[in-house]
Design a protein around this ligand. Structure first.
Ligand code: SF4
Ligand code: SF4
Ligand code: SF4
Length: 280
């Protein structure tokens, strides 16, 4: 079923802003008891919910498997993933919103310095995207189980939304732990990444993106092209769809890409209306 909705980007911005606000209502006494279906840190002084990665790590910590705590974030992410794939990344996640804000700077940088564009188009780039699955399996699942170390010890999102606000609001209360220096270095690298590669964190490293990505293959809502015979006849090969894609997807050749965040930009830009949101 086709659905070329107008003003998709405005609706997306409103959705991202409202969800960002609703994720930060603890000062008003709101605490949901659930975990977020996206990337946000429960150490943030304003956070209303728990980080799904932290729940997974805690369920495995010190070799004792707490199965309810383990499956709970997967159930939440699985629900959103099976209904709308990575739409959570495009329409809800505050870290997605942050990278939406930095994307204009990234594009300007790529226009001005061809080095960055070449780097983004390097043949190794598609393989870099597997890093997020490696981070999920090793740092979120294996190391908490095997040794006393977990991804959230060095998480740059935790540093941004938990450590920095805590230091600002409660300077006397903050006590740096043994991972502080490593977390600071990774945070600096994270900032460099999101200002040099559009949605760099989502493409290469986000473990929640790694959980959601495979659902794009089966999700009820997804982005699709018109049937191949019509596409072959109508496509102008202008590449406008791929050029505007924040996830760097080769849109004319995409079939339910695990990287698609359902942002709808390719749908809006195609002069021949060959791409659409599809249900079913
Ligand atoms: S990939 Fe991760 S950081 Fe990016 S939008 Fe999705 S959940 Fe958020
Ligand atoms: S393929 Fe289209 S909808 Fe998917 S991320 Fe790229 S521009 Fe957005
Ligand atoms: S924007 Fe439309 S016409 Fe242009 S390459 Fe993409 S699918 Fe083809």
């Amino acid at each position: 079923m086709k659905n070329k909705s107008p003003k998709v980007q405005l609706k997306r911005l409103i959705s991202q802003l409202l969800i960002f606000i609703s994720a930060n209502l603890r000062p008003l006494g709101v605490k949901t008891g659930f975990c977020y279906p996206f990337f946000y840190c429960n150490a943030c002084p304003a956070a209303t919910s728990a980080c799904p990665l932290r729940s997974i790590e805690q369920s495995l910590y010190h070799s004792s498997f707490k199965w309810k705590l383990f499956f709970y974030p997967f159930l939440i992410l699985g629900f959103f993933g099976s209904t709308s794939g990575r739409a959570v990344c495009g329409w809800a996640c505050p870290i997605g919103l942050l990278q939406r804000a930095t994307s204009k700077i990234v594009r300007r940088l790529h226009k001005k310095y061809s080095f960055f564009k070449k780097l983004a188009n390097h043949p190794i780039e598609p393989y870099m995207r597997y890093m997020k699955y490696i981070v999920l399996i090793t740092l979120v699942m294996l190391t908490p189980f095997l040794i006393d170390f977990m991804f959230t010890d060095i998480c740059p999102v935790g540093f941004l939304t938990g450590t920095i606000p805590t230091v600002i609001i409660f300077p006397g209360k903050f006590v740096p732990n043994v991972f502080f220096t490593a977390a600071l270095i990774i945070f600096i690298l994270f900032i460099i990444l999101i200002f040099t590669v559009e949605r760099g964190w989502c493409r290469y490293f986000c473990p929640i993106g790694a959980i959601l990505a495979p659902f794009n293959k089966i999700s009820y809502l997804h982005v699709a092209r018109v049937p191949q015979e019509i596409f072959d006849k109508e496509c102008l090969h202008c590449n406008a769809c791929s050029d505007i894609c924040p996830m760097g997807i080769d849109v004319p050749n995409m079939t339910r890409s695990p990287e698609c965040i359902l942002c709808g930009k390719c749908i809006e830009v195609c002069p021949k209306d060959l791409i659409h949101f599809e249900r079913g």
